[in-house]
Design a protein around this ligand. Structure first.
Ligand code: ZN
Length: 314
């Protein structure tokens, strides 16, 4: 059987897994990233984790067909050169060359973390079986990835699928990208909580005032119990997400849109109104041809997707 290692590098943990040719996860492990030790030390840790992951699965690196890596970075997927990785404090690191020095002949491919998570969900998670899928992650930000004919769409400068930065309100809240009113400022967990806090600061009556700290989970709970502020804040975030997806749908006409990330743990309470919003704004032929599904791989999407960089066409 053909085995591939997928590694997902985050600011806190580096996760590794052995995955088979169908994207099935056979073994996984992790270690701390320690970005404060510098790029060389983190690259050493990635290389050690690759070996440990193989050994943990009862294999050696010789049994491994390839190593796919997801990085929280702006990078060139063709050359494996990292331009910046803000969370790691990296600038201009030739990651592919550094890893090849440490790991010898093992074929290595590198992409950014949003792309690998999308590839994992599209090929082995909620989008399984579909040729074309749009994947959206609703977390601290809004991540995205587009998979067409089973392949990631990276675009000319690696920014393909960045749907979190579709502008919905040019006068809206500032976004981390330096512009205003991106989808991310409205429909991410951060955006939803900020909108609720603004309503409370404005003096609106709400049962949310009983909460010591607001979270999207609390908002969904209070909305389910009939709190109007919670319902309106969530309703607006979902409506705008449906609007953005309908517009992307007019361009891509994907078979499946997979919704993941922390906010997606609301399940049907998110998916049902999102389907309605999508249908409200999409071309009817697009909405009829597109299924909205919840992500299935959770925190494993990254390692599975990284391994699938060695799948067909990627
Ligand atoms: Zn933005």
């Amino acid at each position: 059987m053909r085995h591939v290692i997928g590694i997902d590098v985050g600011g806190t943990k580096i996760k590794g897994a052995v995955v088979d040719g169908d994207g099935r996860l056979l073994y996984k492990t992790e270690r701390d990233t320690h970005p404060e030790l510098g790029a060389d030390a983190v690259i050493d840790r990635i290389a050690v984790l690759a070996r440990d992951t193989a050994i943990g699965a009862g294999l050696t690196l010789r049994d491994i067909a390839g190593l796919g890596i997801g990085m929280p970075a702006f990078l060139d997927a063709d050359t494996g050169y990292v331009e910046t990785a803000v969370n790691l404090g990296w600038q201009n690191v030739d990651l592919l060359a550094e890893l090849e020095q440490r790991l010898g002949a093992l074929p290595i491919r590198i992409d950014n973390d949003a792309n690998i998570a999308a590839l994992g969900e599209a090929r082995a998670g909620g989008g399984r079986g579909a040729r074309d899928a749009l994947c959206v992650t609703l977390g601290t930000g809004v991540g995205g990835g587009v998979v067409i004919d089973g392949q990631l769409v990276r675009g000319a400068s690696g920014m393909g699928g960045e749907i979190g930065h579709i502008t919905l309100d040019p006068q809206g809240r500032f976004c981390n990208c330096g512009r205003r009113g991106c989808l991310e400022t409205i429909s991410s967990a951060t955006g939803i909580v900020a909108a609720a806090e603004a309503r409370l600061a404005a003096g609106d009556l709400s049962s949310l005032r009983q909460e010591p700290a607001l979270s999207t989970r609390a908002l969904f709970d209070h909305a389910a119990k009939g709190d109007r502020v919670a319902s309106e804040v969530i309703g607006y975030a979902i409506d705008r997400l449906g609007f953005a997806l309908a517009n992307v749908g007019a361009t891509l006409n994907p078979a499946v849109i997979v919704i993941g990330g922390g906010v997606s743990q609301a399940g049907e309470a998110l998916l049902v109104p999102l389907q309605q919003a999508f249908e409200r704004y999409a071309l009817p032929r697009v909405s009829r041809g597109t299924a909205l599904r919840l992500a299935e791989l959770g925190n494993d999407a990254g390692v599975v997707g990284a391994a699938l960089l060695f799948g067909e066409g990627n």
